[in-house]
Design a protein around this ligand. Sequence first.
Ligand code: ADP
Ligand code: MG
Length: 740
Amino acid sequence: MLEESLATVLGSRTSGSLAKLGLMTVEDLLRHYPRRYGIPGELTDMGALRLGEHVTVMAEVRSTTVRPMRSRGGAMLEAIVTDGRDTLQLTFFAKRTGVLRMHEDKLRAGRTGLFTGTVGDYRGRRQLVHPDYLIVGLDAADAEEATIEASRPIPIYPAAASVPTWRIGRSVRTVLDPLTEADVPDPIPQPLRDLHRLPTLLEALRGVHVPDDLDHVKRSQHRLKYEEALVLQTALARRRADRESHSAVPRAAAGGGLLEAFDARVPFPLTQGQIEVGREISADLERATPMLRLLQGDVGAGKTVVALRAMLAVVDAGGQAALLAPTEVLAAQHERTLRDLLGPLADGGTLGGADGATRVALLTGSQGAARKRQALADAASGAAGIVVGTHALLSDTVQFADLGLVVVDEQHRFGVEQRDQLRARGTSVPHTLVMTATPIPRTVAMTVFGDLETSVLTERPAGRAETVTHVVPADNSAWMSRIWQRMREEIDAGRRAYVVCPRIEGDQPEDDAEPDPVDEDPRALEAGEEPAAAARPPLEAVVDVAERLRHLPALEGIGIGEMHGRLTGEQKDAAMAAFVDGATPILVSTTVIEVGVDVPQASTMVVLDAEHFGISQLHQLRGRVGRASEPGLCLLVTHAQEGTPSLERLTAVASTSDGFALAEKDLELRREGDVLGAAQSGGRNSLRLLRVLRDADVLGVARDDARGLVDRDPTLAQSPALAQAIAVWLGEREEFLERT
Ligand code: ADP
Ligand code: MG
């Protein structure tokens, strides 16, 4: 019934225009919820109408006149409608007056209607030419019904120019009116419906499409929201249950091993948070079901040490650990960091190695054949307790002797597919620790990572100075020259500076070989949507900026390096090395340095065209400086104008260094659709009503309900409609979950 095609039910003409809105089946149409409601009696404020705007207004007809047009021939109808104060003219043209009589008959003075069209102007008067309209109560069968109809809120649908809202409304009525409860299976199981006193799906659909009053709308919307949350959370609960049903090898750290040796040699005291999270992780590792834990910690919170301690525990228990980084640069850096932290503990099999030492192997696509062969052999034999690489490590060609733990750093690109890939590796599944430095607001975490356990590192290691951030207007040349002077002072004092640009080369579009967040992150593109952006100069590019800086008197004699995704792995390594050792203490770069790069001497960062980047991206970027005891300085150079959302974003970043606070702000400023990507962009089975930020309560309740449901009935045999809804949801959602 619900799957029936609209063409069968409504005929090809109507269904054809509905198809333009992506509505193909009866269910599609019924799930096309009104965006808002017109309230008869509450007339639209005409004073607020803006020229060129496509509007739907509720107004009362004041007068209608039909007259011939002497100059052009033909006839025209002019109706004046009003909100009681201002007026709007409706204009219709026709060859002969006859056609206009039909409109005249409907547009009688005193009647109320909804009128849709684009606001135009004729001799200083606001008008709609050939508006579509609906006169309240006119289609009713009798006077009584007319009274009822006239008092109902009128649904206003997300419409298109080709399909006015009431054509949609009428179609909805045609398919909705004859439906009975038996036709509409309810994804919410009855016990939950009873528990929360929710209407059935059919009742709720009536409530949003043909409401008695606004309260009816609200109750129905609430139910539909809960349904969305329940479907989502049940899918996640099932994923979780599925994971619990797999077995993993318990990895209880044997005392007296590498972990203890490491703790004895680590050059700083661990923070309380690092210790606590360490305990949570060891408890997980000792279980016979695979761990799937998300470790959130702000930039610089010290996640690497936490990960290393977990890996050492697994090595002590006789297994191996893999550390996956999002880019080769980061993988190489992780390997160096781990070696430094481990010292002789990483020199297994060599003369200088400590007792019981292991090996750290690095595997990247761009490394030489000989090194790669050695690394592959060490992974396969088990000689390497820790293997570092990119996600390619999970491919079939890399053999491990006994992989016990996978650590995924910077989870941006760790989607469902990767999670499943891990699961597919033989009978026992490795424990998994996912680390992210992009703090995720609780509700989003609940939505996107609802199947993961989470730990949070809140404090930052002591003794690290804060980074100070300022917004700098790009057209202020005095400021700009001061920036380069300041940079020279920093370099002369032995420090390093980054200059970040949104593009690689000025005359070419950005196409980083590395997965560059500028391309993928919809937030980064927001700025481009502001009309002001069109008129400004092209975005700054690494190659051009580096060239410019080389000729700047203020920076004379200072080596300037370049870093971007189009360099080969070797070139990147060389550029990083030259930056670290001071040959090129200024590094002009794209966002490839965004995550994880740890150069303690780096004190200054200048971000050019900063408005081009999203909040969390900027926060990540500035995390690259101020990593030693010296305070860092981050300058956000921008063309963004006062009062624009872009500038508001930059000001937010400058005003706090709390990543979690920024994540909330980010969510607030961004359109909801960007938060969850495709899930909320209005695709057929997207989250339609649920809003992650506002509906935290609904999400929480649904999560508990979903877990209970799956505990009692893992296959959902007793809730076929829910199982079906999940299947549909997953089909379309898999893609979205993968992108997160
Ligand atoms: P992130 O959480 O951003 O990945 P890192 O793990 O890279 O942070 O740590 C940032 C820096 O802080 C590193 O140089 C690391 O050695 C240092 N660090 C980590 N833990 C501590 C600690 N407990 N005390 C002092 N410094 C620490
Ligand atoms: Mg890190």
